[in-house]
Write a protein of this length. Structure first.
Length: 135
């Protein structure tokens, strides 16, 4: 019996198909999902999402969002999500530096902008960590 995984961002469907297992980064730590998992809705945090299918592991980096497990269907709604092989280290480092520079003027920023920039920092750090570990 297989799981069906769907990962959706505001821009696109990033992944859709049958899998064997998935490990999801949540605010309470990583959780592993196998077929027959109990129903669950959980809040995700920036980090590494690991999909196993036919003995091969595919790694994606996801941002904040939610995961819902219902029967053998896993739905992931993430603000950003990117496959490991599509991460451009230079572009991520540039985005990280811009966000960090903008946060230096925190007093002049609206709270929503501060949260957005902090989210960019966290997602960028997660991408770099996963990409560099994969070397």
């Amino acid at each position: 019996m297989a799981l069906t995984l769907e990962i959706v961002t505001p821009e696109a469907r990033v992944y859709s198909g049958p899998i064997d297992t998935v490990v999801i980064p949540t605010v309470m730590g990583e959780i592993g999902i196998l077929p027959g998992h109990i129903p669950l809705i959980t809040q995700m945090t920036e980090g590494e999402l690991r999909v196993t299918k036919d003995g091969k592991v595919q790694i994606l980096v996801v941002g904040t969002g939610f995961a819902q497990i219902d029967g053998d269907k896993v739905s992931v709604l993430a603000e950003p999500a990117i496959a490991l092989e599509k991460i451009d280290e230079h572009a991520v480092e540039t985005a990280l530096q811009r966000a960090q520079d903008a946060l230096k003027a925190k007093d002049a920023l609206e709270p929503a902008e501060i949260e957005r920039l902090e989210s960019v920092v966290r997602f960028s750090v997660a991408q770099l960590t996963v990409k560099r570990r994969g070397r």
